[in-house]
Design a protein around this ligand. Structure first.
Ligand SMILES: Cc1cc2nc3c(=O)[nH]c(=O)nc-3n(C[C@H](O)[C@H](O)[C@H](O)COP(=O)(O)OP(=O)(O)OC[C@H]3O[C@@H](n4cnc5c(N)ncnc54)[C@H](O)[C@@H]3O)c2cc1C
Length: 381
């Protein structure tokens, strides 16, 4: 029995999304990778077709879909060979903060644009001196009358260049306990004092606009506080289960795509004797091990999607999945390149791009060491 129950509507949605990606994304993926950015209009195109923020209720222009729609988008996007159109990050990581913690006014103002692609979102936690340890965040938020003044800088922010709004994590310097000092603020593009810095040149995720952001006495209205003041840390923690799950899903789907490609490659590439290399027992054993890894990963991820949809507390399991799935994807991509020999090293080979992109997944969204640190705590070790 399948773990996930996709309905006819889900299948129809996947078909439409696949057709959209075949026409509007895949043919341009290589160019976007070379440009180190995707065109801003592609966000509008994908949004107008109803593929962004599918979980947002119809009241705010969304589909009101369940998490299986997110899973479909995550899986289909994994096959596009580009990372710049980060639909899953926008729809399933950032926008849910507004959807869950936003005031009615904030939801009416921002959610319809998040669905249509008129608003691209980012979340800014990381700073030059604060990555894994959020308690060392230095960006300050000081109230003055009806305004809040933000000062500080953020780095490695996905969608940093294209973002129209960014959710900024900042602290009230008057509060001593760092965990009670953090709050979330919505900052709009063009606000005086908010500057987008340079785009970072990375080893992978070339088409993704990862950037530095600067806040120099950036004044925002008090109404741009997201959720309750001082609850920033708790709000971030509350959303991490889904963030880790989608990261694990992306890794599992990416590994599956890579496996499908390498199986075809080994069946269709001959060795010096003229036999397909898949007939060699050494290659067969490698492929069997890879297929086993992918099968185990996919089964676990699907179980977690079902549990997440059932609103179960699976923080331990999603942390396990984040580190295991990203390590597994790295193993699969690395072994694929070995099997491809010299073809594994050339830029036209999509597996090379995948290998580069997989490398970073053990670092972002909480490093894999941090995942183990969390699991050890949850296991009360
Ligand atoms: C492509 C990309 C996109 C990103 N997008 C975003 C984004 O949109 N928004 C955002 O806010 N951030 C983003 N980040 C930042 C990312 O979340 C951080 O890189 C990550 O949290 C790790 O922080 P750090 O690099 O400062 O490493 P550090 O925290 O300095 O860690 C360095 C090393 O020490 C280890 N370590 C640290 N603490 C512990 C501990 N307690 N126990 C064991 N080991 C530990 C880490 O595992 C790591 O190996 C992105 C990063 C990348 C590369």
């Amino acid at each position: 029995m399948d773990i996930l129950n996709y309905t006819e509507e889900h299948h129809e949605f996947r078909k439409r999304l696949r057709a959209f990606l075949d026409k509007e994304v895949k043919p341009y993926a290589k160019q976007w990778e070379e440009d180190h950015i995707v065109p801003r209009e592609i966000w509008n195109k994908i949004g107008q077709q109803g593929f962004l923020s599918t979980s947002i209720s119809k009241e705010y222009g969304g589909l009101g879909g369940d998490f299986l729609y997110s899973a479909i988008v995550c899986e289909e996007m994994a096959s596009t060979g580009q990372t710049g159109l980060a639909a899953t990050l926008h729809s399933d990581v950032v926008v849910p903060y507004i959807d869950e913690y936003g005031s009615e006014e904030q939801k009416r103002k921002y959610l319809p644009g998040c669905v249509s692609g008129d608003i691209v979102t980012a979340v800014a936690m990381t700073e030059p001196g604060a990555g894994s340890d959020l308690s060392s965040i230095q960006t300050t938020a000081i109230e003055e009358g009806d305004e809040i003044i933000l000062s500080g800088s953020k780095t490695f922010i996905s969608n940093g260049i294209h973002c129209d709004i960014v959710i900024v994590v900042a602290k009230d310097p008057a509060v001593e306990n760092p965990y009670n000092s953090l709050s979330l603020y919505i900052v709009e593009k063009g606000t005086p004092g908010f500057e987008k810095g340079k785009q970072l040149e990375k080893m992978g995720w070339h088409s993704q606009d990862t950037a530095e952001l600067f806040f120099n006495n950036c004044r925002i209205p008090k109404t741009n506080l997201l959720g309750e003041k001082g609850f920033g840390f708790l709000m971030l923690m509350g959303k991490l289960q889904q963030e880790r799950l989608v990261c694990a899903m992306g890794a599992a789907y990416g590994a599956q795509i890579c496996l499908n490609q390498i199986l075809e490659y080994c069946k269709n590439t001959c060795d010096a004797s003229g036999k397909p290399i898949s007939k060699s027992q050494a290659v067969q054993f490698t492929l069997v091990e890879m297929a086993t890894d992918v099968k185990i990963g996919r089964t676990f991820v699907e179980k977690l999607i079902a549990d997440h949809m059932g609103k179960k507390d699976i923080k331990t399991e999603t942390s396990m999945a984040k580190f295991w799935m990203t390590e597994m994807a790295n193993r699969i991509l690395g072994r694929s390149l070995e099997l491809m020999g010299d073809f594994g090293t050339v830029e036209i080979n999509p597996a090379l791009r995948g290998w580069r992109d997989a490398r970073v997944t053990s670092i972002f969204a909480g490093t894999n060491e941090i995942m183990k640190f969390i699991i050890a705590k949850l296991m009360k070790l």
